[in-house]
Design a binder for this molecule. Structure first.
Ligand SMILES: *Cc1c(COP(=O)(O)O)cnc(C)c1O
Length: 463
């Protein structure tokens, strides 16, 4: 048929609005939105006809309204979607880092749904401090004199450097000028905090003498950064905490350590690679220590600064704090997460990050075998268990892989890459990895309640 005739056949917006099928959509989405959606969709049809000419099908109201319904439904759905993380990377930054404990979820929901004593002292009826809610527990858990929660760890470093080294110099080891996730680079953070960075040592070796030689009358801070996401191996040396602390004391400087992930417990006790703890940094005499709330700590996005009381007081007077402060919901979740640490024996069952990181090999293997049985029962699907590795992620436990049991799945007549792509488009989306033309599913990061959904996704894509 002629292109022009095809175009003429397209109905008017008003006619489509009068169609009985439009009524239910108007009730659900409003007349204005349905009219807008009809216009956009007619534009799409028109463009399609112009591009494809006589090959196009005649206009079908059924198909049109079906697509209109999908378009309006997609528009109403929040953009942020729940995802099944089958990558095995526990603190996957792109997938939102730490899933919260039930206790944190409850606290968050309660704080979100109503009012709270966020900045209100219930004893006196006077104005209170939002930071006071977690200060005492952070002092108890870390042994520090004072503590301050902020928006995230990047904010914590920015605030501290800006408070103490503005218009002065910060000395840092060349081997520790890290970049985390592309947007946090220590040199740029220091620059934006209005301080000058002085790099000392070489990539692989820095001694405390290098720091000492760099100190001038403009120096304000010695900054140690935990290289969270990489490791320098071989012929290496770095200035010890103790030596940096001693130098800072001698020269009247602030000694700060950015721990990145900053665990509150010794992970080696659970058979995981050792990660420096916050308590160790505080005990070594660091004046300030900063770390994230949503990495190994297993809480919400937050940054935590602990250290000397007089210094924390000065940070609280920095006007930047207002722009970088922690919000009510994250504070509620952080508070509840920290309380779980009061009973370390409970952590492995209550805190999802710890539960996932310490999941034992036998459990993982049994879950992987069950999934394989379910997948192999599907037509066109083959799956087998194979040994592999999970990762902590989030710039924690650099390079250290935790052994796991993977499910390697394949669908007849379909490449692993295309299966991987389709899984990502499934509802809910499933994120996994590919190796040797197999999709690899790591159940370490998949909730038990999601295993069936995983099977349903593969079933839908294999048929
Ligand atoms: C992750 C990390 C940061 C940034 O922390 P956010 O909480 O993501 O802002 C800063 N420093 C180090 C060493 C890190 O590992």
């Amino acid at each position: 048929m002629e292109t022009n005739e095809r175009l003429r056949q397209l109905p008017q917006v008003d006619a489509l609005l009068r169609d009985p099928r439009a009524a239910a959509l108007i009730e659900a989405h409003s007349r204005t939105r349905v009219a807008d959606a009809i216009r956009t969709q007619l534009d799409d049809e028109r463009r399609y006809i112009l591009e494809n000419g006589h090959e196009t099908r005649p206009f079908s109201p059924d198909i049109f309204f079906e697509a209109l319904h999908r378009r309006l439904a997609a528009d109403s759905r929040p953009s942020l979607r729940r995802v099944i993380n089958a990558t095995g990377t526990v603190l996957h930054t792109n997938l939102g880092r730490a899933p919260l404990a039930q206790e944190a979820l409850d606290a968050l929901a309660e704080a979100a749904a109503g009012y709270a004593d966020l900045e209100y002292d219930l004893t006196t009826g006077a104005r209170g401090s939002r930071y006071a809610h977690v200060e005492e527990i952070l002092r108890r858990l870390t042994g520090a004199e004072a503590a301050l929660p902020v928006n995230n760890n990047a904010a914590a470093v920015t605030l501290a450097v800006n408070t103490f080294a503005k218009d002065g110099e910060v000395v840092t080891s060349r081997g520790e000028l890290v970049e985390i996730g592309g947007s946090f680079r220590i040199p740029e953070v220091i620059e934006r905090s209005e301080a000058d960075l002085v790099e000392v040592g070489t990539t692989n070796k820095t001694r405390v003498d290098d720091f000492a030689r760099a100190v001038t009358d403009r120096t304000r801070m010695l900054l140690k950064v935990h290289p969270s996401n990489y490791k320098i191996v071989g012929f290496t040396e770095s200035a010890s905490r103790e030596s940096i602390v001693a130098l800072a004391r001698e020269r009247g400087l602030v000694a700060m350590e950015d721990l990145g992930s900053g665990s509150l417990i010794d992970l080696a006790r659970y058979g995981l690679p050792h990660e420096p703890t916050v308590q160790d940094a505080v005990a070594a005499g660091m004046d300030l220590v900063s770390f994230s709330g949503d990495k190994l700590l297993g809480g919400p996005q937050a940054g935590i600064i602990v250290g000397r009381d007089d210094l924390i007081r000065r940070i609280k007077q920095n006007p930047l704090l207002r722009a970088l402060r922690i919000d009510k919901l994250n504070l509620a979740a952080l508070d509840a997460t920290l309380r779980l640490y009061l009973n370390e024996d409970m952590l492995r069952t209550r805190l999802p990050v710890m539960r996932m990181l310490t999941m034992d090999a036998a459990t993982l293997r049994a879950r992987a075998e069950d999934l394989c049985i379910a997948l192999n029962a599907l037509p066109n699907v083959s799956a087998e268990v194979q040994p592999g590795h999970s990762y902590a992620g989030g710039g924690a436990l650099p390079e250290e892989a935790v052994p796991t049991h993977l499910v390697a799945a394949a669908v007849d007549g379909r490449s692993a890459q295309s299966l991987l792509d389709a899984l990502r488009q499934y509802d809910p989306p499933v994120v996994a990895r590919v190796a040797d033309d197999r999709v690899l599913l790591d159940l370490r990061t998949v909730a038990e309640t999601d295993t069936e959904t995983l099977v349903a996704a593969v079933r839908a894509l294999a048929s």
